[in-house]
Design a protein around this ligand. Sequence first.
Ligand code: HEC
Length: 177
Amino acid sequence: MKNVLSKNIYNRIFFAGVTILILLMIAACGNDSDKEKPEEFSGEKKTNVSGLSEFELKHGFGPIKKELKLGPIDKTVAANGEKIFESKCATCHKLDEKYTGPAQRDVLQRVSPEFFMNMVLNPDENIEKHPHAKEMLIKYNMQKMTNQNINVKDALALLEYFRVLDEELKQQNPTNK
Ligand code: HEC
């Protein structure tokens, strides 16, 4: 009887020990994967004071969610972009002077191509959430850039036009890369 009892106690201590060991191992694994995750997804996860992801801060909000792979400039597409600018944007933007909105010749020296696209395709959300667009809103007397219902193809043509203007600026002033 005494023997059975002490065997029982040993069994319990043994199982309690094993259970604690298993729990410790699970806890340790949990910690490890927590540590690894932020590194793996650092691009997405990191936020800054404004609460935006790094991508959003650099490239704004809108349908462009990945960095664009831009090939050599296509002059024909750029010429089409110039026409779109004249008909849809020139009511508010000039190339070299402030107007309702900022002068646009050097826009790609202020913002990334992705931001340019997102601003053209989705101005409202950027004006509401993005620090650069908000700053511009204040600078331009709370005049809002309105959505011009530009499709992605036309936005890419506009981008091509501004890439040409940007190239010209860089050639005139090579330090301004
Ligand atoms: C109704 C006037 C209006 C129209 C039309 C307009 N914009 Fe704007 N745009 C603005 C204003 C004002 C701002 C400054 C931010 C704000 O208040 O929205 C701005 C900001 C921008 C920016 C932000 C980046 C920067 O630093 O300049 C880009 C890019 C831009 N416009 C491009 C365009 C393009 C391309 C078109 C034509 C598809 C266009 N806009 C049509 C008024 C306009």
